[in-house]
Design a protein around this ligand. Structure first.
Ligand SMILES: C[S@@+](CC[C@H](N)C(=O)[O-])C[C@H]1O[C@@H](n2cnc3c(N)ncnc32)[C@H](O)[C@@H]1O
Length: 392
């Protein structure tokens, strides 16, 4: 089977976890960048990866690479690609790009050149032209042109894989689904122990955790992918692949996945989202203050994504909230490993516990940290810090 060079992209700094996912699916990387991983795969595997990867945003299939120094050269190179064998002349095509070349002032001009070349080629060979526009739900072409290096890809995902389709009800500051997955992968949780998510908001972390515990491909319910709008696609093969993937799902899980929030509308939204994701039977929901979260017997992990004041919440109130989170973790969660994900380091310092690990992530443009706290039991108990001795 012919192999294609592909680039699986993810949010900045999530590549180690994406690569770990690829390795566990049996893929070996060609190279790793800060925003993704290059590898080779046949088209069937490209479909599998779109369905299965938790932390990838897009899977790009490389069509052509070349050196390019002008918009005219771009046109010449793109018009020579055999588009008639790749995409439909009566379809719909959109072009997205990342361009930084001195001959281009506005990347939309490069997109237009690319689109003209594709359309002109199809009109010449097939006598028909596809529609074009900004929608991402049909054929999506991605142009990467930095300095002289130019590459043309088909975006086999189309819409970002982070749009799993289950989050119909979104509340304030939800995490992107792929980032939520990346956070869970970074905890190294294997889906075998309890997963507790106080302050769950719209339930993204708990739903993504349920996918992992069930060994469920996170995009299995998605109805549309960019690859469906290419000539590589065969619907029967895709159905076979989905069946084969679903056979590997666990039918049941023994550990608890818990999602709590003080806001009853958040819990309603989280429950509805879990229903759409078809994981509502694997998550226990409760409306309560985080301090009242009924903790199961350890071992397990607690993952909290509190507000952090850049987009929400008043800083003084938040300082208090973070101190109380520290107290809750110390007093009620021994035996667990806790993780707090926040975009505000000063607030994280108010937690007052010594963190064993600090990982930098990006939530959009906001630099965030995931802090890990081991909450030992009995003789291994971590020294308790009084308010006066909190880490600053
Ligand atoms: C940043 S949002 C969480 C977003 C979530 N990760 C998602 O993807 O939707 C923080 C959540 O904390 C909840 N919250 C704030 N104070 C709380 C408290 N004292 N106890 C429990 N939940 C609280 C809010 O209602 C809000 O839903």
């Amino acid at each position: 089977m012919k192999k294609y060079k592909i680039f699986t992209s993810t949010a900045r700094n999530l590549t180690p976890y994406l690569n770990q996912e690829l390795l566990s699916l049996g893929f070996k990387e060609l190279s790793i960048l800060n925003t993704g991983v290059f590898l080779e795969a046949p088209f069937d595997d490209i479909m599998r990866l779109n369905l299965s990867l938790h932390s990838a945003n897009h899977i790009f299939l490389l069509v052509k690479e070349f050196n390019c120094d002008s918009p005219d050269e771009l046109y010449k190179q793109v018009v020579n690609i055999e588009w008639e064998n790749l995409i439909f002349e009566d379809g719909y095509v959109s072009i997205f790009s990342n361009v930084s070349n001195p001959t281009i002032r506005d990347s939309r001009f490069a997109n237009l050149k690319c689109k003209d070349a594709i359309v002109d080629r199809l009109v010449k060979i097939k006598g028909k032209r596809p529609d074009s526009g900004p929608l991402r739900d049909k054929t999506v072409i991605y142009l990467y042109w930095i300095d002289k290096r130019c590459a043309i890809y088909i975006d086999t995902s189309g819409e970002s894989l982070s749009k799993r389709g289950y989050r119909k009800i979104s509340l304030k500051a939800p995490l992107q689904e792929t980032l939520a997955s990346g956070i869970i992968l970074a905890t190294n949780w294997q889906g075998k122990t309890h997963f507790v998510n106080p302050m769950c908001g719209s339930g993204t972390l708990a739903i993504e955790a349920a996918f992992m515990a069930l060994n469920r491909a996170p995009s299995i319910l998605r109805k549309n992918f960019g690859f469906m709008h290419t000539k590589f696609y065969n619907a029967a093969t895709f159905e076979e692949i989905k069946k084969e993937i679903r056979k590997k799902e666990n039918k049941n899980i023994n550990q608890k996945i818990m999602a709590t929030d003080i806001d009853k509308y958040a819990i309603e939204a989280a429950y509805k989202n879990a229903c759409l994701a078809q994981v509502e039977n694997y998550i226990e929901f409760k409306t309560c203050d985080f301090r009242q979260t009924p903790m199961p017997q350890p071992p397990g992990i607690i993952v909290i994504n509190p507000e952090y004041g850049i987009r929400l919440g008043d800083i003084n109130e938040l300082e208090n909230l973070y101190k109380e989170m520290g107290d809750f973790l110390k007093q009620k969660c021994s035996g667990f490993t806790a993780y707090i994900f926040s975009g505000n380091i000063s607030l994280l310092k108010k937690v007052g516990l010594k963190s064993q690990k600090k990982i930098i992530f990006y939530n959009g443009d906001i630099e965030c940290r995931l802090y890990e706290y081991s909450l030992y039991e009995g003789s291994k108990r971590a020294p308790r810090l009084t308010t006066e001795h909190r880490q600053e």
